[in-house]
Write a new protein. Structure first.
Length: 113
């Protein structure tokens, strides 16, 4: 799965997502490392375990309907070149499901070109 993501990232599928343009900043020395998208392209990440989360949606007949959705976090392993500090990072945009939705939107747009 990780290989598919980095292959897709190299095709620039995820480049247009502003949420993946965030910089990773070193917690220790404060220097800028790389953008989230660059870690995806370089394959410097790992795919976590699927999580089930309960999401509340405003309902029509009921006030809220609860649905379980799956969420697969992606962890970037960011290592600072200057001080060597290493940490794992994840983000609401760094999930398999989010990347999938970016990819699908691109394909959907392609139909109308
Ligand atoms: Zn550092």
């Amino acid at each position: 799965m990780a290989e598919e993501i980095s292959a897709e990232a190299k095709k620039e599928t995820f480049d247009r997502s502003p949420r993946l343009q965030n910089w990773v900043v070193c917690k220790r020395c404060g220097c800028r490392l790389k953008r989230h998208i660059e870690y995806l392209k370089a394959g410097e990440f790992e795919v976590g375990h699927v999580q089930r989360v309960l999401v509340s949606h405003p309902g029509y007949y009921h006030l809220y309907t609860n649905q379980t959705e799956t969420l697969t976090p992606i962890f970037i392993t960011a290592k600072c070149q200057r001080c060597g500090f290493e940490r794992k990072i994840t983000d609401p945009a760094l999930t398999l499901e989010y990347l999938q939705s970016v990819k699908e939107r691109k394909e959907a747009v392609g139909l109308f070109v």
